[in-house]
Each structure stands twice: as C-alpha cells, then as structure tokens.
Design a protein around this ligand. Sequence first.
Ligand code: SF4
Length: 224
Amino acid sequence: MDPAFAGPPAAENPIGFIRSPTPQLRALIAGQQRVLPAADFAEMVGTIRRLFEKYTAALGAALAGLERGRALHQMMDAAVASASHVAVSCRRGCCGSCHSEVEITQDEAAVLRERVRGGVEIDQGRLETQAARERMSPAWKNFWSTENRCVLLSAEGTCRIYEDRPAVCRRLLVTTPPEACTTAGAALAPVRILLAEVLLSAAISLGDRGFGSLSKMLRPMLQA
Ligand code: SF4
C-alpha cells in the first residue's frame, strides 16, 4: 500500500486514508460528521477518497521539483475556482496573510528558487531570521511586524512572484473586511474550500518531499 494512503482504521478516523490532512480538512470533516446523516457522511467520505486518489495520481505523474510545483499551482487555481460564487473581500495590496507562517512543499521551494535565481529580490536577513524559528514559533503571533513580512513581499505590499505564489497563498480567502487581516486578534471568516484542502493534503502526503515554512524550505535550496 502507498504510505500516502496509510492511517488509522476508518472507524476511528474517517479520512485515515490521507496520511497528512490539513487542519482545515480535519475541521471540515469533523463539522460535517456532526450534522450529516450517516449515509450522507459516508458518501461524502467516498467522494473525498476519490478526489484524494485523483490528485495524488496527477501530482505523482509530474516530475518532482518545478514541474510538480507548477502542476500543484494550476490544480489549486482550479480548486479555488469552485468557490468563485463566494463574495471574498481579498483585494490587490491586501497582505495581512503575508505576515504569517506560510508553508510550502519541497516542489514549491524549487519554483521559488528558480524565481530568486532568475532575479527576484528577497530580504536575505529576514530569510535567515524566519528560517531560524521553530515551526509555529510564538514570534508569528506578532504577525503585523517587519520581521514577519514574507521575504517575497514588496515594499508596496504586493507579491513579487504572484503568478508563482504557493498553494497555501492561493487558497487563503476571507469574507471579513480587509482591516480584520491586519488587526491582531480580530475574528476572520476564511473561505473553506473542500477541493483545495483535499488537494493540499494530497500534495503534503505525497512521499517524503517535505512541507514547512517558506523560509525554512527556501533557504537550504538557495545555498545548494
Ligand atoms: S509568497 Fe507572495 S502571496 Fe504568499 S505570503 Fe509571500 S508575498 Fe504573500
């Protein structure tokens, strides 16, 4: 059995066939399990399994590195489009989420390395600072601080590699006012997109390619 499909028995964990589900997928499943009749919930889990297997096969068919990183981005755009009916408040120049611990796959790190080697500037000092942090460091809680700015965020508050931005950035949409994203402790209403969470879970679960903070993943690749 592919290790990506390993996990606890289905009776204990309805999505035990996914090795590394995102916390958001776990929360979605738990919420649906509480409200859906058992038969409907079982049907939903079956749909998720088919989607997960489809995404895993598609990502696995792409060459590890640049090709797979860009395939993930294309697939994520399609998954996010499934929620295009939702009125989101995200706009160009919004960059609250660009002060948080964005995590990327090894394949996405390869995409970013190509952009940096191609001339896109990054803040090297901030890269070192952020890469030295533990995962989920309390420092990320002071999110609206210079030290937490993404190394790829321009002075104008735009993404320097927007067309190659990570899957996590692509799927992060909110319906709350933009000011809430720049106010510490403000309640946010993120848009939860099932397809996006299953896809990201497939990308994270794929082999041992790794998933971690953008700076932690990118720094060693720039040094190699
Ligand atoms: S990669 Fe771009 S969109 Fe993502 S956090 Fe960094 S600046 Fe923001």
